[in-house]
Design a protein around this ligand. Sequence first.
Ligand SMILES: Nc1nc2c(ncn2[C@@H]2O[C@H](COP(=O)(O)OP(=O)(O)O)[C@@H](O)[C@H]2O)c(=O)[nH]1
Ligand SMILES: [Mg+2]
Length: 987
Amino acid sequence: MAEEPPARGTLRSRLRESDGAGSGRWSLDLSGQYLAALPPDLGDITELVVLDVSRNRLESFPASTSQLSALVELNAAHNILAQVPPQVHQMSMLACLNLSCNRLTNLPDEVTQLGLLRRLVLDMNKLTALPEDISQLSSLEELNVGGNNLSYLPEGISKLTKLKRLCADSNVLTAFPVQVLQLSGLEELLLNHNRLSDLTDNLGQMSGLKTLRLNSNRIQTLPDSILHLSQLEELDVQNNQLGALPLGVGTLPHLATLHVSNNPLVQPPPSVCAMGIEAIRRYQDDLASATTAVPHRLKVVLVGPAGGGKSTLVRALIGGNHKNDVVATHCADIVPWNSDDNVEFSLYDTSGRGVYQAWHSWMFTPDALYLLTFNLYDLDPESSQQDVEYWLDFLNAKVPGAPVCMVGTHTDEFTAALRAKKVARKCKDLSEMAQKWAQDRIQDIQAECQVIQGALAIKESTSKEPVHPLSGVGLSALQRRLKHLLKLKETRIQVWEEVVPVSATTMSGIPDLRACLVTAASNSTAFPSRPRMTSVPLSWLTLEKLLQQQPDFWMRREDCGRLAVQAGVPADQVPQVLEHLQAVGSIVMITPYHGEEKVAPNPGRLLAFLCTLVNHDTEAWLKEESARFQNFSKVQYLEARSDLLQHGVMSHSMLCALTAKYTRTTQDQVNALELLRGLGLSYSVRKTPQRKDQNSNHKNSGNDWQHCFPVYCRDSLPSEVGMRWVPLPPVNTDQLELGCHLPFCPPGLFSHLRVAAYRHLGTERVDWQTGVLTQVADRSLILQKSNTKDGSHITVASRACVEGTSSLWQVVLPVADILSQVLQCWPGLRHHLYVTCAHCLRKGVSNPHRFSGLLLLTPPPKITLLDCPSTQGAQTVQAQLVYPPHRDPDQKMDSVLEVVASKLELRDWRRLGRVFGLTDAELDDIRYDFSDVQEQKYQLLWTWRRRRRSTATAKRLVSALKEVELHDLANAVRETLGYKPANQTAS
Ligand SMILES: Nc1nc2c(ncn2[C@@H]2O[C@H](COP(=O)(O)OP(=O)(O)O)[C@@H](O)[C@H]2O)c(=O)[nH]1
Ligand SMILES: [Mg+2]
């Protein structure tokens, strides 16, 4: 509601002396009163100096206003003025005019007569132009015309020599207003949120500029002259199209704030920019001494079924003549190739054989191009679909988002007359198979999204929950799952539509493929997350050389850091340079499911080492008369061979014999074993853990070790398994079974899981190709993988009599936790955890109900019995066999043990062991069994945990650490558990 203007008598009573009594500066504040009009005789108060009528409903000023000739400050902001009061020019003393947030569409020329005006605020109006004569406002220090519809600024601005602040943000300027270059006194220039695409090369002329905001425009380059803005303190260029920052922008002496996010920056890379101006400064310092340009580089990984023609293709690509003498690839070959177009490629030619597929995906890194190769001649639209999907799923699971180019080989095999037609047909078939794959995967994800959205809708609407497959699952668990699925949907591999047909024998199509690769190497659209680099700091090249000279086949990340210092790479750039070197195929970073990242400084050497342990041609590889086995007796040799090929167990002496070239010292061996574990290839245990031969020489010869390689496990189910684990749970026994459904189970995942979980699975285990049966804490535990129509299922189960079921979680859950961690190595994999209904299991129904694994993230309900859904609620199942017991802080025990193992000093090791109640003989055993110090520490903690089970709590660990006066460590544990360190809580 608009108010009436205040009556005349009251007006005078509101006059205030603005600068205190006696100053003679009379001010009148009528702001914020919903006034629709001002009193007509306002002009009578001729002594008025300051008038504030802001935040009213004023449409105009009374005519008498013109008499306010003493007025210095007029604030009429936040009204609905459509015009500047025409009388304004008569207020010749006016120094500050604020008309912000009105409805002005133009300014009368009279305004320009206000020769004393210092501050003119016109932002948030509808101005489309400013008066040309604005140059007459020669006293103007601040001009704010932001938030209007200005498409240009008048020429006259260049004469406003006193202007310090010019805000023209949020307009529709399409060209940089070059007239501002004349304003040598300008300190603040705001041109953000316009439509500028080009800046002037002479930007540097505004030598007094302190703040320059150009954010949210369409600027593609910043002129180098920006480096002349020596007073610049703040530069905002966010949300533009900048590909690079001028070299040296980091050296501007006063620059304290630099915003560059949301630009397709290549130089410096976004990750450097994100770390702020210091990092940019260092990066650019470094770049200043870089070689001017480096060729484009690209890692290309050839994948696909064995015999598809990958190796022959590599040979053709690099220009070798075709000879029919390629041998089956042994795991992978890394072939460097410099194209005629001066592009450097690193071609990773992988083997398609199953024995390698299970673990060679460490070479599948992001930011590489994948060439999926099929024999086009043999391709059959019907029978090949599965094969194509397998490889697409494989890549998608490991490197979601990666570009994939499909190559069809063997085109020469079609008869000449029909060749062109047939090749085109088969390429189309292949392309359609990939499209079908993509559609199916999207559909699958969408179907699951719908189920979750259904559950969410029920949660939000009714009070009484109808039965839904996800009923009981908490809201946040549902939302998280939905988010995860949407991410999976968005980050699929990018399969290129065009299939490239080639013949490696006639070289037909090879030039096209080369051209395709060269384009991909220089084209950043194929790699949106990692633009192609055209120049890199010299220190990066130095580091690359140093890495290549490393004698080891793998090294710790921290050792890379040391080399980086040597090469002159600033510490905060190390992650970028390593990522870059990996993207171009020079190194590979290996992230084990657990523990620290490792770097293969020379992936070829690592491959050579791994190839000593895994081979597709076992006959040739394990040749008895081979020099490697010369120290073996016939019996020893046969035993070692059969252990490996039947049980997946490699004796220590065999391992030494095979890897002799690479593991000269014991430390080499320990390192190698740690790497094998990290890759999910093998784990090591002592051959006879029960043996306690006190008199034996405890010097670690290692000969009592054995190394288990799940990839070599026997196919058939060992007979003892059938006896120890009968198909149906016996009477009065319940089975707790956690499962993981994988529509696609990548090769090697299951063996990786066994290696990762080896500590938990203990030594009393029987392994076969698709399972492990073991004893954990006096309970049988079975870990199995099975294939069904809907994909694969990995299940982990244990049994107990009906009264003792709650303890089953302690046995089963840690394996499920490790599975979750292993799954992280497959970022694009779709999987879904569940708990099999214990009632259905007991009854042995063929299609047991599966409670969603999302329940594991939900607090258990109060009720003790749940309906068994597959009996429509006629039967019940114990709630504690569906919901894990509420997890106490001990669920963090794994991380706690990590912390302790990493920080525990060796000298305190034995003392802690004794406090844990372990005997000296037991402690000796641990030292004897594990030569790696780190492993000894883990084993101490794990032995304690296994032995003491329910009493091995974090609380007990803290008190044990205090007992041996390791207070810092005790505090570290408390911190990991989310408690305050003890000395802070004590009062
Ligand atoms: N005719 C013909 N034979 C090919 C072609 N490419 C590969 N081969 C043959 O196919 C077999 C398997 O090739 P290879 O390169 O070892 O396949 P990889 O297992 O995928 O590396 C070899 O005998 C090659 O000579 C091709 O384009 N045309
Ligand atoms: Mg090959």
